[in-house]
Design a protein around this ligand. Structure first.
Ligand SMILES: [Zn+2]
Length: 176
C-alpha cells in the first residue's frame, strides 16, 4: 500500500485545509499551510493565491485546495494540485489516496503538527522542558518517550490522542 521507496510527497495547503494540514504533519508529511506563507499584502486574496501557487511551483510541492479557481491557476502553471471536494478530514485523506498521492497512514513523531518543523526526542536530563509545559502529564515523565519542537516549543507523546488517530486510520485502511 505505502511505497516507502518513493520520496514522500510534500504539500502546501490553502486556508480551508487547516485540519488536513495538521493530520498530514502527524503522518510525517512536510506540509506548509497557506496562512504561514508570507505575502506582501495578506488582506488581498488574489495576491495570497498567487503566492501559494508560486510557492508550490518553486518548492515542487503538491498544492491541496478547496478552491476551484486556485486549482485552475495552479494547473496552468504546471503545479501538481488536488482539488479537495469534501469537508471531513478522513474523507479528505481518502481523496488524496484516490488521486494516487502516496500518503503515509501511520502517525509518526517526526514533525510538529503546529508549525511543521522537525521534532526530536527529549533526552534524559532534559526533563525541565517537559515540566515547563502545563499540558504534559507529570506522571508520564520518565515512563515514556516525549518529543519536542525546538522551533515552537510544543511537546508530543503517544497518549490517547495518538491511539484515537491510529484507530481512525485503521478504519480508513479497512475500507480502502
Ligand atoms: Zn513546532
Amino acid at each position: 500500500m505505502v511505497n516507502r521507496e518513493k520520496e514522500e510527497p510534500q504539500f502546501v495547503t490553502d486556508r480551508m485545509l487547516g485540519k488536513l494540514s495538521t493530520w498530514l504533519r502527524i503522518l510525517g508529511h512536510d506540509t506548509v499551510y497557506a496562512a504561514d506563507i508570507k505575502t506582501t499584502d495578506l488582506e488581498d486574496v488574489e495576491s495570497e493565491d498567487r503566492a501559494i501557487v508560486s510557492f508550490a511551483e518553486h518548492k515542487a510541492r503538491i498544492l491541496l485546495t478547496r478552491d476551484k479557481n486556485l486549482a485552475l491557476a495552479a494547473r496552468k502553471k504546471g503545479v501538481q494540485c488536488v482539488q479537495i471536494k469534501t469537508d471531513e478530514v478522513m474523507e479528505q485523506l481518502k481523496e488524496l489516496l484516490r488521486h494516487h498521492i502516496n500518503i503515509n497512514l501511520e502517525p509518526v513523531p517526526v514533525r510538529c503538527s503546529e508549525c511543521n518543523a522537525e521534532i526530536r526526542k527529549v533526552e534524559e536530563g532534559e526533563e525541565e522542558i517537559l515540566k515547563e509545559k502545563s499540558y504534559v502529564p507529570v506522571s508520564r515523565i520518565g515512563k515514556q518517550y516525549f518529543w519536542v519542537c525546538d522551533h515552537c516549543g510544543r511537546v508530543y507523546w503517544e497518549g490517547s490522542h495518538w491511539r484515537n488517530m491510529r484507530e481512525k486510520l485503521n478504519q480508513l485502511k479497512a475500507v480502502l
